[in-house]
Ligand binder design. Sequence first.
Ligand code: NAD
Length: 502
Amino acid sequence: MTSTALLPENATDRELITARHLINGEWLGEAGTKRMNPARPGELAALSPSGTAADVDAAITAASAAQPGWATMPAPSRGAILITAGNLLIERQTAIAEDLVREEGKTLAEAKGEVKRASDVLRFFGSLGWAATGEVLPSGLPDTTITTRRESLGVVGLITPWNFPIAIPAWKTAPALISGNAVVIKPAELTPLSATHLARALQDAGLPAGVFNVVHGKGRVVGDALARDPRIAGLSFTGSTNVGLGLQEILNARRARVQLEMGGKNGVLVLDDADARKAAKVVAAGAFGLTGQACTATSRVYVTPGIRSAFLDALTEEAAAYTPGDGMDTDGPDAVRMGAVVSSQQHAQNTAAVRSAVERGATLLSGSAILDETHDGDADRPLFFPAAVLTELPFDDAAVTEEIFGPVVAVLEVADYEAGLAAINDSRYGLTAGICTDSLARATDFAARAQAGVVKVNRPTAGLDLNVPFGGVKDSSTNTFREQGKSALDFFTWGKTVYTGV
Ligand code: NAD
């Protein structure tokens, strides 16, 4: 265990891997829930407490008491705390990334990149403490000026998934805090350490007690209590569509603000005029990077007839290069390029999705080991999963329509551009969509007509910049408020118009 930058030098191994609730500036809770390393059977990755409704109540009480003082602190001072916290994350980057690999499974390079992203997000929103937020507008009345202001919501709830266990908490927390809100966050049960590192950085940066609170535990207990508490003025959730839609009903019932970022089934259209090898690299990075465990991952590809064969050959070759293994083994000739699957449940879900597609007649071009019985996960085997390329399957096959959340991509042939665009849009989801083409006209038309919140031209569907809006349409998102970039501030504030006469 290497998180020595975060705890006293004499901390024991057990302390190093123990997450606790953070309520009113105090680390609390009996850490009885074990999280095992998905790449190393039998190795404990983290211990965390399982919170109760009473813990949520205490956290919201602390946040309610701290919020007015925080909101009246000058915005540049609030921003300075976020920037300091961002700097601390970078100082601690390797230690945090190693904890992240142990509890989530991704590669060390990916985890370091994620910690850097969390740091940049804190620094970006911290710098907005100096930015003007309102407008001055003319009035039709004499001697009158109109100004607009953005006011904090108050106490906000955040519920986050395991797949970006520090970046997603950071990209919700930073806009919430710079806007003067206090936060209660419920991180995913599988990844309690990463959110704890974020909390420590904020605390060490001087954030006043009670402004940021963490309650670990089960979604049905802690998440539900958070959503139902009338003191929560807004809830921002990232996770599966089913859970998100249930939370929306709870928040809508009391007309509280809710932001949902949910599932995806992101498609890429590869046209004859594209370079087959480049397109295969774009698709492979989107489909197999992060072990396919990204809401923006590519999971279906439509190819036109002239490039189909060359593209499939190139993609199969790319897939073979995504060696799955322990995310810590990133050096040397056999360096791992794809980390472990997060849980045995997710591993079984990936396996079942591939096997049932093959039983229905699909061809598996890469990842044949998945069909082998010895592949099945059990307590003694690491949760590794090869990159899988499926083809020869119908458009309405479950592997083409339902989110798998693993390194599995289905490739289907379409007659032409119009048929491909229609196939891309024929989905309940609309998070990201991509096109590989050399035609500016096609790319421009696709950007306009693709039903997705993010469109990528000749770039992987996964991978986002932090300074621009992010979110989906259809069942991928509430499609009201965007995350990231300055747009993220809209969810965490409400608008006021002030008429001032002299
Ligand atoms: P999940 O929905 O199971 O869990 C997400 C969070 O919700 C966790 O903290 C969980 O404990 C909590 N939760 C579960 N049930 C709850 C309930 N009844 N009430 C309140 N909270 C509850 O999702 P996951 O398995 O952690 O993450 C994978 C999913 O997240 C995928 O569907 C993926 O597409 C989605 N995701 C979306 C985005 C995006 O930005 N659109 C980003 C990452 C992941």
